[in-house]
Design a binder for this molecule. Structure first.
Ligand code: KIV
Length: 271
């Protein structure tokens, strides 16, 4: 039940049933009302209000600068549009690491002020206190392991994670820990397909991949990337389903042309 008082159709329980039945889960990011409405009409299972908004909406180089208030603004815009999909909101950098009390307060603000269904946060063992405390308040938590963009300054590179045995073992341990704590799902980002499949097989909860191969329980992409609105970002895992960037450019140029030529508005477009 959201703060708007409407139950959405896809719940964390539904996602678990989908995994149990071997039905794949679709997830895409959404940051605003209009896009979220289209995503929901299309029937996507989960809409992630990702902190990738910092990149694709605000133009920052990393996800670090986005604030809790900004995430709540994006999330509440999405929630107003969505009738069916589960809405999950990223907890932004600096609102949950190191202090589980602050983590709970941040998660409560997201749930109360946006009406979202769940939160997502990055990390394993190092954030387990925060995960536990948020869960204790009845807030569903989605984990995120592998290439965790909020740690980009520690990684120093966006290359594939967990290619070495030690990091792969740690990732499996972290995934099992998050499941044992009560997370309802985990995102695995940019890791070898074999490892993604191993985690999905070992864990009962749904594993959603982005660059984690086809052996996981569902897939997520950043909507602006899969629509071809962002043009310079081209990792191997990204499939573009449209070239909207080019179409938008042409539409803008066409409009400018029409205005300059005095062709817009025409007789039927004025009062
Ligand atoms: O912020 C985001 O868009 C994400 C996805 C890449 C999973 O976390």
């Amino acid at each position: 039940m959201s703060v708007q008082g409407k139950s959405r159709v896809v719940t964390t329980h539904v996602l678990q049933t989908m995994k149990d039945r071997g039905e794949r889960i679709s997830m895409l990011t959404g940051y605003d009302y209009s896009m979220a409405s289209l995503l929901d009409q299309a029937g996507v299972d989960v809409i992630l209000v990702g902190d990738s908004a910092a990149n694709v909406v605000a133009g920052f180089q990393s996800t670090l600068p986005i604030t809790l208030n900004q995430m709540i603004y994006h999330a509440s815009s999405v929630v107003r549009a969505v009738k069916r999909a589960l809405v999950v909101v990223d907890m932004p950098f600096g609102t949950y690491q190191g202090d589980s009390h602050q983590a709970l307060q941040s998660a409560i603000r997201i749930m109360k002020e946006s009406g979202a269904d769940a939160i997502k946060l990055e990390g394993g063992k190092e954030v387990v206190e925060s995960v536990r405390r948020i869960l204790s308040a009845g807030i569903p938590v989605m984990g995120h392991l592998g290439l965790t963009p909020q740690s980009i300054n520690r990684f120093g590179t966006y290359v594939v994670r967990a290619t070495e045995e030690e990091e792969a073992d740690r990732l499996v341990d972290d995934a099992q820990l998050l499941e044992a704590e009560g997370c309802f799902a985990i995102v695995l980002e940019k890791i070898p397909a074999k490892l993604g499949q191993e985690v999905a097989r070992k864990l009962r909860i749904p594993i959603i991949g982005i660059g984690a191969g086809g052996g996981v329980d569902g897939q997520v992409l950043v909507t602006h990337d899969m629509l071809g609105i962002t043009q310079e970002f081209s990792p191997r895992f990204l499939r573009r389903y449209a070239a909207l960037g080019e179409e938008m450019l042409q539409a803008f140029q066409h409009y400018i042309d029409d205005v300059k030529r005095g062709d817009f508005p025409n007789e039927r477009e004025q009062y």
